[in-house]
Design a protein around this ligand. Structure first.
Ligand code: UDP
Length: 310
């Protein structure tokens, strides 16, 4: 099969590409290095069946393929807020162009949506039927509303019979090939602890997230693509929920750092809690559920960053 991955230089892009290449597929990677890295693409270029095209997905393209995996978009709050109008364009125009390319080539499409479409959720844990609580004008809106509009495009293309667009709502995911300056919590805590500097806790650290190791997520992607028919949006994430204080303590324990925490202001509209309800994923994806729990996943990620910094 020939897979087109938009955002191939990014964290999820490179992990998905490696999985597909190992299985013998052809992969075409698209990226403009807005948030992905050339280092990730250099690694993929070692594979004969990988081809890279430098392209900004806010512009249309025409690339024959069997499957389009639409992953292009910065996902870390500091990155997507740096150029919010561009973030909205990537989400909306990038998804439109992915859908048009899929339609032209009769390809299946996988769209990387996000738990951010639930905003600061009033229902806990979040099921796919929960419609969300999003501030349309806040600093996170460029990403949240962009991703909501992208889901609408996918749903309409599907409803109109133009593309079979599969929607996965990705909850906080971490693992190898993240940038060390990604700015999200797992990498910040790991890099700070490896440098033996204080961990930055935003607010009081009582807000929660549920962290999924990337290999579990990629397995979910593969199973969603293998579904005989479109089942609408599917949450993918690890339902084990931790406060940021608990995460910080676990990272320090694994690295052996004991710096005091540095408490910083809470970012605007930062969701207070987040946990996926994965009943639907389990039901439709042959019992899919995350296999790698936090300490094992963190250890693998720490190992990756240690090797990168050698
Ligand atoms: N956070 C933190 N310290 C950091 C980075 C993030 O306490 O150095 C908190 C942030 O306020 C949020 C949670 O960790 O409540 C997850 O943030 P992240 O940016 O990883 O992703 P989000 O789930 O908010 O998109």
């Amino acid at each position: 099969m020939k897979y087109l991955i938009t955002g191939a230089a990014g964290f999820l892009g490179v992990n998905l590409a490696l999985r597909l290449l190992r299985e013998g597929h052809e992969v075409i990677g698209l990226d403009n290095y807005h948030s992905g890295t050339e280092k990730n693409i250099s690694l993929l270029k070692k594979w004969e069946k990988f081809k890279f095209i430098k392209h900004d997905v806010i512009n249309a393209y025409d690339i024959p393929c069997d499957v389009v995996c639409n992953l292009a978009c910065p996902a870390s709050p500091p990155h997507y807020q740096k150029d919010p109008i561009y973030t909205l364009k990537i989400s909306v125009l990038g998804t439109l162009h992915a859908l048009e390319n899929a339609e032209r080539h009769k390809a299946l499409l996988l769209h990387a949506s996000t738990s951010e479409i639930y905003g600061d959720p009033l229902v806990h844990p979040q099921t796919e039927s929960y419609l969300g609580n999003v501030n349309t004008t806040g600093p996170r809106a460029c990403y949240d509303e962009g991703k909501r509009a992208a889901e609408t495009l996918c749903a309409d293309f599907t409803r109109l019979g133009r593309v079979d667009a599969r929607l996965v709502r990705i909850f906080n995911t971490y693992g190898p090939f993240m940038r060390d300056d990604d700015g999200r919590v797992v990498t910040n805590f790991i890099i700070q602890s490896m440098n033996n500097t204080p961990i930055t806790i935003y607010g009081k650290g009582q807000q929660t997230r549920s962290f999924c190791f990337v290999d579990d997520l990629i397995e979910g992607f593969i199973r969603v693509l293998a579904l005989p028919s479109n089942q609408g949006p599917i949450n993918l994430g690890n339902p084990n929920e931790f406060t940021m204080l608990e995460l910080a303590a676990e990272v320090q324990r694994l690295i052996g750092s004991n710096q005091p925490f540095s408490f910083q202001p809470m970012p605007i509209d930062d969701p207070r809690q987040r946990q996926p309800d994965i009943t639907k994923a389990k039901k439709f994806l042959q019992g899919w559920e995350p296999k790698i729990q936090l300490s094992e996943g963190l250890s693998k990620t720490i190992e990756y960053f240690k090797n990168e910094n050698k």
